[in-house]
Design a protein around this ligand. Structure first.
Ligand code: 5BU
Length: 490
């Protein structure tokens, strides 16, 4: 069946969302208030099918508008390959504007064959203020080229169209931000609260052509800043059912404390869990340190999780090829997928490790993964690129129903309010151990590092009164969370 035009638009919008060409959360912008939506259309070059559809729709749009021109020019850099495809499909010669004139040779700013008086159509990926389009237009006009029309993939509706129209250019767009939001909401991909937060941001953050805000004194805040949102509100944004459940559980139990029970004997573990159960949202295990493991032990653990209403996370840090991980998760001595609600996983092997986990679970719809984007120990080899790539993996459309959250150490890693930040390395009385572990206080973990859930191990398990210690950590962590979401500062 041949898709009709609106179906094609809808499918393209959903595909762009799935490949992370735009994201919702909290993003730094050049002007003022952080934005709840962020576009990164550079990613489409990795998806030839998307490039194909985009160029096809642009061409169709141009033909419908009967916009005639001698040349096509893409605004560098994202729009260059798109302009190339349109140029080839339409047999229209292209022009390229250099961002800086070469400091040798001809010093030409505009590459390509043209004459003064020729007309040129501009192609751009996303327009915010319109200033990038105007820079390109100005350089073309300096060469005597006539520019009257620009076409963009997405108009963020923040004043760009008006700004460029004041410079004598008509702006056409394949999508406005509002249209994209409608499509995504209709398809159940985003919540009404997301649509509202974006609408509020757009109406408050209109931008002038010079990049400044129309109302610079505005007090608006980004309503999708997860650090300021309650766990109840964030449960609506979770795409992984276990994360949704965990957000709700935390809100009901008023606990964002995860205790790591790194003890070698089942008796001691169960005894401890009975004491700390009422205070925790997650119990974290390292099942391979248990010396007398047996099946009854996990049955007892699951029964305690039900009784005290917490989730069980096996901190297995899976890190192998999919096939191996699938066996490690579902089979072997521990059969982790049968009793752990959540597991941790390294992103190192890439997408295959997540496919392996899905494969190892009987039904992964009630299971979740925390991906490691950073570690707490001194000297670990993770760098910024690794962390960023881990987040790309987490947000990928094919995985995001399985990723409950991220293990990390700083507040800018997780931008999506539907993901939970888990931060280990928390203790009140120590700042390190002898084996490179580094600790921060409960307050610092929540307010400075951006933790939603803090992991406390020896801070509780080494205490002479574990119940009282758990209660103390629970109270400190919960009040730090309450103060984080209530405070006015950014
Ligand atoms: P501690 O006793 O509070 O230091 O225990 C911390 C727990 O968190 C322990 O089980 C570690 O394996 C786990 N952990 C960590 O400490 N740091 C990390 O970066 C990651 C996990 Br990931």
């Amino acid at each position: 069946m041949v898709a009709n035009a609106s179906e094609k638009f809808t499918n393209l919008a959903l595909k762009l969302f799935d490949i992370n060409a735009f994201k919702f959360g909290d993003f730094k912008m050049k002007v003022g208030i952080n934005s709840p939506v962020y576009f990164d259309l550079r990613v489409i070059i990795s998806h030839p099918d998307v490039m194909n559809t985009v160029s096809e729709l642009l061409l169709q749009f141009l033909n419908d508008k009967k916009t005639s021109c001698d040349h096509i020019c893409g605004v560098p850099y994202t729009a260059l390959p798109i302009a190339t495809l349109v140029s080839v499909r339409d047999s229209k010669p292209m022009l390229i504007r250099r961002k800086e004139a070469k400091d040798y040779g001809t010093k030409k700013l505009i590459e390509g064959k043209y004459q003064s008086g020729d007309t040129c159509l501009i192609i751009e990926d996303v327009v915010t203020s319109g200033s990038s389009i105007l820079e390109t237009v100005n350089d073309l006009r300096r060469e005597g080229i006539v520019v009257t029309d620009a076409i963009v993939l997405v108009d963020r509706e923040q004043g760009g169209a008006k700004n460029i129209e004041q410079n004598g250019i008509r702006m056409h767009s394949l999508f406005t931000l509002s249209q994209l939001l409608d499509i995504l909401q209709e398809a159940g991909k985003i919540e009404e609260s997301t649509v509202k937060a974006v609408a509020k941001y757009i109406s408050t953050c209109q931008i002038k052509a010079d990049g400044s805000m129309v109302q610079p004194s505005s007090k608006a805040v980004n309503e999708l800043n997860r650090l300021k949102m309650s766990f109840e509100a964030r449960s609506n944004h979770a795409r992984c059912p276990v994360a949704k459940r965990l957000f709700q559980l935390m809100a009901v139990k008023k606990s964002n404390l995860c205790i790591a029970v790194d003890l070698p004997k089942v008796g001691a573990i169960l005894d401890l869990v009975m004491k700390i159960g009422p205070h925790i949202c997650v119990l974290k295990t390292h099942i391979d340190v248990v010396e007398d493991f047996n099946e009854n032990f996990v049955h007892s653990l699951v029964a305690l999780a039900e009784k005290y209403n917490f989730l069980i996370m096996e901190d297995r840090k899976f890190a192998d090829i999919g096939n191996t991980v699938s066996m490690q998760y579902g089979h072997g001595l521990y059969k982790i997928s049968q009793w752990a609600d959540l597991v941790t996983c390294h992103s190192l092997p890439g997408k295959g490790v997540l496919d392996g986990l899905k494969n190892g679970a009987v039904d992964y719809s009630n299971k979740g993964v925390f991906l490691l984007a950073e570690m707490s120990c001194r000297g670990n080899l993770i760098n910024e690129k690794y962390t960023k790539d881990t987040m790309e993996l987490a947000m990928d459309g094919s995985n995001n129903d399985f990723i409950a959250g991220i293990v990390c150490q700083n507040p800018h890693v997780v931008t999506n309010p539907g993901l939970i930040q888990l931060t280990p390395g928390v203790q009140i009385s120590n700042t390190s151990d002898e084996l490179s572990q580094q600790y921060s206080s409960p307050q610092s973990a929540i307010k400075e590092k951006g933790a939603d859930i803090a992991v406390v191990g020896r801070g509780v398990t080494n205490s002479p009164n574990v119940a009282a210690a758990a209660e103390e950590y629970r109270d400190q962590l919960w009040s730090a969370y309450c103060s984080r979401i209530e405070s006015e500062d950014e």
